[in-house]
Design a protein. Structure first.
Length: 119
DNA sequence: AATGAGGCAAAAC
DNA sequence: CGTTTTGCCTCAT
């Protein structure tokens, strides 16, 4: 149907958009994950999926945002386990009860937009 | 059906 | 304008 139009106008200050991303990110419930594209669209950034990823990279180490709940589309973990962030992401996600298999998680089960119609 | 790998395009700083 | 991005999608096995 209609695409998720940008909630924020392009005139919004960069800081405002950033806040939108942080806000949506903080809204991600535990045990669930969202893709960069979804997060970007939710924040009103449109298709700035990649930009969202970079934004996380800029996040401070003491950030309280659940950046580890943000993964690639389809529930794929883009962060390699060889990296500190990648390793921590897996550790945190597993701590939430997620089942990571082959760097992938069941988006239909842990995805924020879970199609969990059976419970 | 699921997994692995590569190529392509958009948005923002 | 040039650089950068933790991507998304499609194809092949």
């Amino acid at each position: 149907m209609n695409d998720h139009a940008p909630l924020l106008p392009p005139s919004a200050d960069a800081e405002t958009r950033r806040a939108a991303v942080y806000l949506v990110m903080s809204q991600i419930p535990p045990g669930k994950v969202v893709s960069y594209g979804e997060l970007a669209a939710m924040a009103g950034l449109g298709r700035a999926a990649r930009w969202v990823g970079r934004l996380m990279s800029q996040l401070p180490d003491d950030t309280t945002l659940p950046w580890h709940r943000v993964i690639a589309a389809g529930g794929r973990l883009s962060l390699p386990a060889g990296t500190a962030a990648g390793h921590e992401q897996r550790v945190r996600l597993r701590a939430e009860g997620l089942t990571i298999v082959n760097d992938r998680v069941d988006m239909r089960r842990h995805g924020w937009h879970s199609t969990e119609h059976s419970g």
